[in-house]
Design a protein around this ligand. Structure first.
Ligand SMILES: [Zn+2]
Ligand SMILES: [Zn+2]
Length: 291
Protein backbone atom coordinates (compact mmCIF):
# COMPACT_ATOMS: atom_id res chain seq x y z
CA UNK A 1 0.00 0.00 0.00
CA UNK A 2 2.64 2.53 1.10
CA UNK A 3 4.79 1.54 -1.87
CA UNK A 4 1.87 2.10 -4.19
CA UNK A 5 1.31 5.59 -2.75
CA UNK A 6 4.99 6.37 -3.11
CA UNK A 7 4.83 5.32 -6.76
CA UNK A 8 1.88 7.62 -7.34
CA UNK A 9 3.87 10.42 -5.69
CA UNK A 10 6.85 9.83 -7.96
CA UNK A 11 4.71 9.46 -11.09
CA UNK A 12 2.99 12.70 -10.21
CA UNK A 13 6.31 14.41 -9.68
CA UNK A 14 7.94 13.25 -12.88
CA UNK A 15 4.74 13.58 -14.83
CA UNK A 16 4.46 17.17 -13.76
CA UNK A 17 8.12 17.87 -14.48
CA UNK A 18 7.75 16.56 -18.04
CA UNK A 19 4.56 18.50 -18.41
CA UNK A 20 6.14 21.73 -17.15
CA UNK A 21 9.20 21.53 -19.37
CA UNK A 22 7.13 20.78 -22.45
CA UNK A 23 4.78 23.65 -21.55
CA UNK A 24 7.67 26.10 -21.54
CA UNK A 25 9.45 24.70 -24.57
CA UNK A 26 6.43 24.10 -26.79
CA UNK A 27 4.08 27.06 -26.99
CA UNK A 28 0.58 26.12 -28.13
CA UNK A 29 -3.03 27.21 -27.70
CA UNK A 30 -3.44 24.66 -24.98
CA UNK A 31 -0.62 25.82 -22.78
CA UNK A 32 -0.97 27.39 -19.33
CA UNK A 33 2.52 28.82 -19.22
CA UNK A 34 2.24 30.92 -22.35
CA UNK A 35 -1.36 31.89 -21.69
CA UNK A 36 -0.27 33.19 -18.26
CA UNK A 37 2.58 35.13 -19.83
CA UNK A 38 0.35 36.44 -22.63
CA UNK A 39 -2.50 37.51 -20.36
CA UNK A 40 -0.06 39.16 -17.97
CA UNK A 41 1.48 41.19 -20.78
CA UNK A 42 -1.94 42.21 -22.13
CA UNK A 43 -3.28 43.32 -18.73
CA UNK A 44 -0.01 45.09 -17.93
CA UNK A 45 -0.24 46.98 -21.24
CA UNK A 46 -3.81 47.98 -20.34
CA UNK A 47 -2.49 49.33 -17.02
CA UNK A 48 0.18 51.35 -18.82
CA UNK A 49 -2.12 52.77 -21.49
CA UNK A 50 -5.22 53.38 -19.33
CA UNK A 51 -3.93 53.73 -15.75
CA UNK A 52 -6.52 54.33 -13.03
CA UNK A 53 -3.91 55.62 -10.54
CA UNK A 54 -2.03 57.89 -12.92
CA UNK A 55 1.02 58.29 -10.72
CA UNK A 56 1.64 54.56 -10.19
CA UNK A 57 4.98 53.45 -11.63
CA UNK A 58 5.02 50.98 -14.54
CA UNK A 59 7.16 48.73 -12.35
CA UNK A 60 5.10 49.29 -9.20
CA UNK A 61 6.07 48.43 -5.64
CA UNK A 62 6.55 44.63 -5.31
CA UNK A 63 6.15 44.05 -9.06
CA UNK A 64 8.95 41.46 -9.16
CA UNK A 65 7.96 39.87 -5.88
CA UNK A 66 4.44 39.34 -7.21
CA UNK A 67 5.79 38.14 -10.53
CA UNK A 68 7.72 35.51 -8.63
CA UNK A 69 4.62 34.53 -6.65
CA UNK A 70 2.78 34.16 -9.92
CA UNK A 71 5.14 31.51 -11.21
CA UNK A 72 5.72 29.95 -7.84
CA UNK A 73 2.04 29.44 -7.10
CA UNK A 74 1.01 28.49 -10.59
CA UNK A 75 3.89 26.23 -11.56
CA UNK A 76 6.63 25.66 -9.03
CA UNK A 77 4.46 24.85 -6.04
CA UNK A 78 2.46 22.39 -8.12
CA UNK A 79 5.71 20.98 -9.40
CA UNK A 80 7.41 20.65 -6.06
CA UNK A 81 4.69 19.15 -3.96
CA UNK A 82 1.09 19.83 -4.64
CA UNK A 83 0.58 17.72 -7.73
CA UNK A 84 2.22 14.66 -6.23
CA UNK A 85 0.79 15.00 -2.75
CA UNK A 86 -2.73 15.60 -4.03
CA UNK A 87 -2.57 12.53 -6.30
CA UNK A 88 -1.67 10.50 -3.25
CA UNK A 89 -4.38 12.16 -1.15
CA UNK A 90 -6.99 11.34 -3.80
CA UNK A 91 -5.82 7.72 -3.89
CA UNK A 92 -5.87 7.43 -0.09
CA UNK A 93 -9.31 9.00 -0.06
CA UNK A 94 -10.61 6.60 -2.74
CA UNK A 95 -9.15 3.63 -0.88
CA UNK A 96 -10.83 4.89 2.26
CA UNK A 97 -14.18 5.12 0.46
CA UNK A 98 -13.54 1.64 -0.91
CA UNK A 99 -13.55 0.32 2.67
CA UNK A 100 -17.21 1.25 2.74
CA UNK A 101 -17.88 -0.14 -0.70
CA UNK A 102 -18.16 3.32 -2.27
CA UNK A 103 -16.61 3.36 -5.71
CA UNK A 104 -17.15 6.89 -6.74
CA UNK A 105 -18.70 10.04 -5.44
CA UNK A 106 -20.77 11.02 -8.43
CA UNK A 107 -24.21 12.02 -7.22
CA UNK A 108 -25.49 14.08 -10.15
CA UNK A 109 -24.65 13.14 -13.70
CA UNK A 110 -24.25 16.12 -16.01
CA UNK A 111 -21.88 14.42 -18.43
CA UNK A 112 -24.55 14.26 -21.11
CA UNK A 113 -25.21 18.00 -21.01
CA UNK A 114 -23.92 20.26 -23.79
CA UNK A 115 -20.29 21.26 -23.30
CA UNK A 116 -21.13 24.92 -22.77
CA UNK A 117 -23.66 24.10 -20.04
CA UNK A 118 -21.11 21.93 -18.25
CA UNK A 119 -18.56 24.73 -18.35
CA UNK A 120 -21.07 27.22 -17.03
CA UNK A 121 -22.15 24.92 -14.22
CA UNK A 122 -18.55 24.22 -13.23
CA UNK A 123 -17.76 27.95 -13.33
CA UNK A 124 -20.70 28.94 -11.13
CA UNK A 125 -20.36 26.13 -8.60
CA UNK A 126 -16.58 26.40 -8.25
CA UNK A 127 -16.85 30.16 -7.89
CA UNK A 128 -19.50 29.88 -5.18
CA UNK A 129 -17.40 27.37 -3.23
CA UNK A 130 -14.40 29.67 -3.59
CA UNK A 131 -16.44 32.63 -2.36
CA UNK A 132 -17.23 30.63 0.79
CA UNK A 133 -13.62 29.52 1.25
CA UNK A 134 -12.44 33.11 0.81
CA UNK A 135 -14.92 34.24 3.45
CA UNK A 136 -13.61 31.52 5.75
CA UNK A 137 -10.02 32.75 5.20
CA UNK A 138 -11.15 36.09 6.60
CA UNK A 139 -13.24 34.79 9.49
CA UNK A 140 -10.97 32.07 10.84
CA UNK A 141 -8.10 33.62 12.80
CA UNK A 142 -5.63 30.83 11.93
CA UNK A 143 -6.41 30.91 8.19
CA UNK A 144 -6.30 34.71 8.16
CA UNK A 145 -2.58 34.59 9.04
CA UNK A 146 -2.03 32.82 5.70
CA UNK A 147 -4.41 35.00 3.75
CA UNK A 148 -2.62 38.12 5.04
CA UNK A 149 0.07 37.48 2.43
CA UNK A 150 -2.46 38.35 -0.28
CA UNK A 151 -3.64 41.37 1.69
CA UNK A 152 -0.13 42.68 2.27
CA UNK A 153 -0.30 44.25 -1.22
CA UNK A 154 -0.15 48.03 -0.77
CA UNK A 155 0.00 49.02 -4.42
CA UNK A 156 -2.25 47.07 -6.74
CA UNK A 157 -1.38 45.70 -10.13
CA UNK A 158 -2.29 42.58 -12.13
CA UNK A 159 0.43 40.36 -10.61
CA UNK A 160 -0.92 40.90 -7.09
CA UNK A 161 -3.60 38.44 -8.18
CA UNK A 162 -1.31 35.48 -7.57
CA UNK A 163 0.47 36.78 -4.47
CA UNK A 164 -0.81 34.33 -1.91
CA UNK A 165 0.47 31.76 0.52
CA UNK A 166 0.71 28.24 -0.96
CA UNK A 167 -1.48 26.99 1.89
CA UNK A 168 -4.37 28.72 0.13
CA UNK A 169 -3.99 26.30 -2.79
CA UNK A 170 -4.22 23.41 -0.35
CA UNK A 171 -7.26 24.85 1.47
CA UNK A 172 -9.20 25.82 -1.68
CA UNK A 173 -8.51 22.58 -3.54
CA UNK A 174 -9.26 20.32 -0.59
CA UNK A 175 -12.57 21.97 0.21
CA UNK A 176 -13.60 21.99 -3.46
CA UNK A 177 -12.66 18.42 -4.14
CA UNK A 178 -15.63 16.53 -2.70
CA UNK A 179 -18.46 18.76 -3.97
CA UNK A 180 -16.97 18.90 -7.47
CA UNK A 181 -16.26 15.17 -7.48
CA UNK A 182 -19.95 14.60 -6.75
CA UNK A 183 -20.93 16.07 -10.10
CA UNK A 184 -20.24 13.77 -12.97
CA UNK A 185 -18.78 16.15 -15.53
CA UNK A 186 -18.33 14.61 -18.94
CA UNK A 187 -15.26 16.75 -19.56
CA UNK A 188 -11.97 16.39 -17.84
CA UNK A 189 -10.42 19.36 -19.51
CA UNK A 190 -11.44 22.66 -18.02
CA UNK A 191 -8.54 24.54 -19.59
CA UNK A 192 -10.67 27.37 -21.00
CA UNK A 193 -12.32 27.83 -17.62
CA UNK A 194 -8.94 28.29 -15.93
CA UNK A 195 -7.85 30.79 -18.51
CA UNK A 196 -11.08 32.81 -18.14
CA UNK A 197 -10.64 32.78 -14.35
CA UNK A 198 -7.03 33.99 -14.62
CA UNK A 199 -8.04 36.78 -16.98
CA UNK A 200 -10.81 38.00 -14.64
CA UNK A 201 -8.51 37.70 -11.60
CA UNK A 202 -5.70 39.65 -13.30
CA UNK A 203 -8.18 42.39 -14.23
CA UNK A 204 -9.60 42.52 -10.69
CA UNK A 205 -6.17 43.46 -9.39
CA UNK A 206 -5.15 45.65 -12.32
CA UNK A 207 -4.63 49.40 -12.17
CA UNK A 208 -7.49 50.01 -14.60
CA UNK A 209 -10.98 51.27 -13.94
CA UNK A 210 -13.38 48.79 -15.49
CA UNK A 211 -16.76 47.98 -13.96
CA UNK A 212 -18.54 46.23 -16.89
CA UNK A 213 -21.62 48.53 -16.61
CA UNK A 214 -24.70 46.72 -15.31
CA UNK A 215 -22.76 43.44 -15.42
CA UNK A 216 -20.95 44.64 -12.29
CA UNK A 217 -23.68 42.91 -10.29
CA UNK A 218 -22.54 39.62 -11.79
CA UNK A 219 -18.84 40.04 -12.51
CA UNK A 220 -16.20 41.02 -10.00
CA UNK A 221 -14.16 44.02 -11.16
CA UNK A 222 -11.15 46.19 -10.23
CA UNK A 223 -13.20 48.84 -8.38
CA UNK A 224 -15.01 46.28 -6.26
CA UNK A 225 -11.89 44.24 -5.56
CA UNK A 226 -9.86 47.31 -4.59
CA UNK A 227 -12.30 47.68 -1.70
CA UNK A 228 -11.71 44.06 -0.78
CA UNK A 229 -8.08 45.09 -0.20
CA UNK A 230 -8.91 48.36 1.59
CA UNK A 231 -7.14 48.91 4.90
CA UNK A 232 -10.08 50.63 6.55
CA UNK A 233 -13.30 48.65 6.64
CA UNK A 234 -16.56 49.24 8.49
CA UNK A 235 -16.10 48.69 12.24
CA UNK A 236 -16.28 45.03 13.26
CA UNK A 237 -16.15 43.75 9.69
CA UNK A 238 -13.87 40.82 8.81
CA UNK A 239 -13.97 41.72 5.17
CA UNK A 240 -16.13 42.74 2.21
CA UNK A 241 -16.43 41.81 -1.49
CA UNK A 242 -15.23 38.21 -1.18
CA UNK A 243 -16.01 37.49 -4.84
CA UNK A 244 -13.43 35.68 -6.97
CA UNK A 245 -14.75 35.85 -10.54
CA UNK A 246 -18.38 36.62 -9.75
CA UNK A 247 -19.64 39.52 -7.65
CA UNK A 248 -23.20 38.21 -7.46
CA UNK A 249 -22.63 36.29 -4.20
CA UNK A 250 -21.63 39.48 -2.39
CA UNK A 251 -24.79 41.20 -3.61
CA UNK A 252 -26.93 38.20 -2.68
CA UNK A 253 -25.43 37.75 0.78
CA UNK A 254 -24.99 41.38 1.70
CA UNK A 255 -21.20 41.57 1.71
CA UNK A 256 -20.88 43.98 -1.22
CA UNK A 257 -19.29 47.27 -0.17
CA UNK A 258 -18.21 50.04 -2.53
CA UNK A 259 -18.64 53.34 -0.62
CA UNK A 260 -16.80 55.31 -3.30
CA UNK A 261 -14.47 54.88 -6.27
CA UNK A 262 -11.37 56.43 -4.73
CA UNK A 263 -8.44 54.90 -6.57
CA UNK A 264 -6.01 55.97 -3.82
CA UNK A 265 -7.76 54.20 -0.96
CA UNK A 266 -5.04 52.90 1.44
CA UNK A 267 -4.62 49.12 1.12
CA UNK A 268 -3.56 46.33 3.45
CA UNK A 269 -4.51 45.81 7.09
CA UNK A 270 -3.68 47.31 10.49
CA UNK A 271 0.14 47.37 10.94
CA UNK A 272 0.74 46.15 7.37
CA UNK A 273 3.99 48.14 7.47
CA UNK A 274 5.35 45.60 9.96
CA UNK A 275 4.52 42.64 7.70
CA UNK A 276 7.59 40.87 6.22
CA UNK A 277 8.61 42.09 2.78
CA UNK A 278 10.36 39.14 1.16
CA UNK A 279 9.01 35.93 -0.32
CA UNK A 280 10.58 33.57 2.20
CA UNK A 281 9.73 35.64 5.26
CA UNK A 282 6.15 35.98 4.01
CA UNK A 283 5.54 32.31 3.42
CA UNK A 284 7.06 31.36 6.78
CA UNK A 285 5.25 34.20 8.58
CA UNK A 286 2.22 32.23 9.86
CA UNK A 287 4.55 29.82 11.69
CA UNK A 288 7.27 32.22 12.76
CA UNK A 289 4.97 35.00 13.89
CA UNK A 290 5.33 35.94 17.54
CA UNK A 291 2.20 37.02 19.31
ZN1 LIG B 1 -9.28 38.35 0.99
ZN1 LIG C 1 -7.10 40.24 -4.24
Amino acid sequence: MIQEYFQIFLDGYYGYWNYLSSEILKPSWHNYFWWLVGLSVIVWMLELVFPWRKNQAAIRQDFWLDGFYMFFNFFLFSLIVYNSVSNVAVEVFNDFLGLFGIENLVAVQVGTWPVFAQFLLMFVIADFIQWNVHRLLHHNAWLWEFHKVHHSVEQMGFAAHLRYHWMETVVYKSIQYIPLAMIGFGLNDFFILHIVTIAIGHLNHANVKITYGPLKYILNNPVMHLWHHAKHLPAGSHGVNYGISLSIWDYLFGTAYIPNENENEPLGFEHVEEFPKTFWSQITYPWSKKN
